[in-house]
Design a protein around this ligand. Sequence first.
Ligand SMILES: [Zn+2]
Length: 143
Amino acid sequence: MSAAMAQVPIHPGLFTLPGDPRGTHLLAARCSACGKYHFPAGTTCPYCSAAECTEAAIGAHGTLYLHTVVHARPPGYRGPVPYGFGIVELPEGLRVVSRLTEPRLEALEPGMPLALEVAPLFVNDAGDEVLSFAYRPANGAAA
Ligand SMILES: [Zn+2]
């Protein structure tokens, strides 16, 4: 018998949840007036102020733009340290700030291909697995 832990997102509306038919994506918004994406999603476009934004599932893959490695646990962060942290450039034309699963500075390189994953980051006080998103190196990944 296995006790299945409940899974809850670290923040609602940031990413698709496991089992979503769209696959693993960030939940951005696309402006129907100017066509640009923004993340996290909001109802008003940050570029042209139009209030015509619709949800868009994007960001399954990206490339690393800037990165660092965090060794000291920031306030409120309950996941493992060290961890990578960086800016990921998405083919949809925007850059997002994200945790990186790779904690070794020497294994991270600007321009490297990354793949999005949604995975448990820590277990909260209620005993639920808290899901968060991160990018992992996609080098040589066949799947
Ligand atoms: Zn716009």
